[in-house]
Ligand binder design. Structure first.
Ligand code: PXP
Length: 247
């Protein structure tokens, strides 16, 4: 069993709200500080190529404002690697990115791109950044991640959460099985296992209960819930549910 299940709070959507009006408010740096105080174990921020939410200057400001680790989500491009190497966050999570998508839709294709990705992540690892690969719970991708020397994978929980929201519980449970099997396979290969995407109070339990999982990264739901109950309350409740599921 991974020691303590960590919660990474993704603050991208505070920046989405800010950018909707231009200007500086609401401030994602303030959200990062509040999240830390409320019990987040890390802050996650995705600097997308189109800068639709987090911007370059946010990265420095967030890192200066928090004492917990920053998990920097990034596409596998030269520009993003230059930025990661300049800032040296604790972790970098490599995600696939398409401009037309609303959010990260699928997992990274590691198996078909292993030579390039191995060379891509090597300088990040050498700089002391803990690299994770955001992938589907597919044994082929999990094995490829281990082969290229990534220490961490993050398994995509989006399909599991979408099926739950649609009320297709048979499909949801099949996705959950894939995540359970994927987490076991990854742990057998010596990978640290994270999970995230689309998680809510309704879907977090079975994911948090998997003993191999070391970290969950949750954003959109927490920021949305914060509109009604405040960010500290939303984070504290998520933490409680994670811990209850862990037993
Ligand atoms: N993990 C990764 C790799 C992501 O790309 C995202 C979305 O930015 C998340 C977790 C968080 O997803 P959500 O905002 O749906 O909770």
């Amino acid at each position: 069993m991974a020691d303590r299940l960590r919660l990474g709070v993704n603050i991208d959507h505070v920046a989405t709200l800010r950018n909707a009006r231009g200007g500086a408010l609401p401030d994602p740096v303030r959200a990062a500080r509040i999240a830390e105080k409320a019990g987040a174990d890390g802050i996650t921020a995705h600097l997308r190529e189109d800068r639709r939410h987090i911007r370059d200057a946010d990265i420095d400001a967030i890192m200066a404002a928090i004492t917990i680790p920053l998990n920097f989500e990034m596409a596998a491009t030269d520009e993003m690697r230059r930025i990661a190497l300049a800032h040296r966050p604790h972790a970098a999570c490599i995600v696939p990115e398409r401009r037309e998508e609303r959010t990260t839709e699928g997992g990274l294709e590691v198996a078909g791109d292993d030579t390039r990705l191995a060379a891509y992540i090597a300088p990040l690892t050498e700089a002391g950044i803990r690299v994770s690969l955001f992938i589907a719970a597919d044994p082929v991708q999990i094995e490829a991640a281990a082969r290229i020397g990534a220490p961490v994978i993050e398994l995509h929980t989006g399909a599991y959460c979408d099926f739950h929201a649609e009320g297709d519980f048979a499909a949801r449970d099949a996705e959950l099985e894939r995540l359970v099997d994927g987490a076991k396979r990854a742990a057998d290969l010596g990978l640290e296992v994270h999970m995230g995407h689309g998680l809510t109070y309704d879907t977090v339990g079975p994911v948090a209960a998997m003993p191999e999982v070391a970290e969950l990264n949750i954003g959109h739901f927490l920021i949305g819930e914060a509109v009604f109950v405040g960010l500290p309350h939303a984070i504290a409740k998520m933490r409680e549910m994670m811990e209850a599921a862990r037993g």
